[in-house]
Write a protein that binds this ligand. Structure first.
Ligand code: IMP
Length: 207
């Protein structure tokens, strides 16, 4: 049975201000007081796992044991069917680029182009279906943890369209839609996304 989360402090095991803001808004109605791992001065653990679950657990356990409080972490990415699920846990890594000596950054157009290049190698009839996955790990200081996985099914389009959103949004068209995630109003995207699906499961299981 899922362990329940009681009202009180919860560490958000993320250093991404956008993610922390989104999670804070989602959990406040449940009497949860979120504090971010960044605000507590915790270092970011290296994501050495080979699955979303392993990486989410690694981050949640590190924060829970450092703070002596329950902690929530998320790990997400894009799985492309014709690429055997790649880039998967390496979704952000595919955007890593050295701009000039000593300065690294993320180039999302390069990453989307890489995915498209690999699809193009398989010819015009390639299966363009893809999904975003979001795995949430909720860990307690005694080592107990619960996992919640959300998915958003869709297909990849080319060229990229839209200026809203982030990451691979401009090439992802969710099922039942003709617009990409980067063309849909963000409030609508947040209602149908993989992260929304994972949070719905967390709210159903943990409260
Ligand atoms: P994480 O921060 O390690 O979970 O990185 C996951 C990566 O997946 C992000 O850097 C994004 O590139 C990508 N990603 C996850 N969710 C979305 C989304 O909703 N839209 C676009 N890209 C996403």
């Amino acid at each position: 049975m899922t362990r329940k989360l009681t009202p009180g402090k919860l560490v958000i095991a993320s250093h991404n201000a956008g993610k922390v803001r989104e999670i804070r808004a989602l959990l406040e109605p449940y009497g949860i007081e979120p504090i971010s791992a960044g605000d507590l001065g915790f270092p970011e653990p290296e994501e050495t796992g080979t699955t979303f679950a392993e990486n989410a657990l690694l981050k949640a356990h590190a924060s829970a044991s450092a703070a002596g409080l329950p902690a929530l972490a998320d790990d997400s990415g894009l799985e492309v069917a014709a690429l055997g699920g790649r880039p998967g846990v390496y979704t952000a890594d595919w955007a890593e680029r050295q701009w000039f000596e000593g300065a690294n950054g993320r180039d999302w157009y390069m990453a989307m182009g890489k995915v498209e290049g690999l699809l193009a190698e398989q010819g015009p009839d390639v299966d363009r279906s893809a999904r975003f996955v979001c795995t949430l790990a909720l860990a307690w200081p005694d080592g107990h943890a619960e996992l919640f996985e959300g998915r958003a099914e869709g297909r990849l389009t080319w060229p990229p369209r839209g200026a809203l959103g982030f990451g691979y949004d401009p090439v992802f068209v969710p099922v039942g839609n003709i617009l990409t995630y980067a063309e849909i109003d963000p409030a609508e995207k947040h209602a149908i996304s993989h992260r929304a699906d994972a949070f719905a499961k967390l709210v159903a299981g943990a409260f």
